[in-house]
Design a protein around this ligand. Sequence first.
Ligand SMILES: [Zn+2]
Length: 143
Amino acid sequence: MEKGFHRPLPLTVEMLEGMCSPRVFREAERYAKSTNVSDKMRVGSALSAKFHGSRGVYMTRLDLSERQFNFECTCPLASSRRPCKHVIALGLTWLYGPEDFSDLELTLVRLSRLTKAEIITLLRKVATRVPEILPLLDKAKLD
Ligand SMILES: [Zn+2]
């Protein structure tokens, strides 16, 4: 995956701090500095990651399009009105290390430079390592 370059997002630590209680913010800070965050990805204005908590793995998403926060999380404390600690931690994780996020758009730019044969070879490797992608590829249709 292509890393190392990032375009800025309209996000600051102060914004995140203003969205939650001091306790949630402290927990989020601890999470963001831990190694319990994986699959960090950016797609346009949206960030996503997996949080490995003591009671399960949660998928968290934060979309910053149009200066508006849209967020979701699969944890039991998730709410559509107030972000949970994972949402805050996701924002902090980005601010602390945007270079650690894979950027789908950059990956696609790189893939667009490959030949068809190279892409097929790549898909073979990916499908061998990540078998669950195969049904998606079988059903895939281009609009
Ligand atoms: Zn959560």
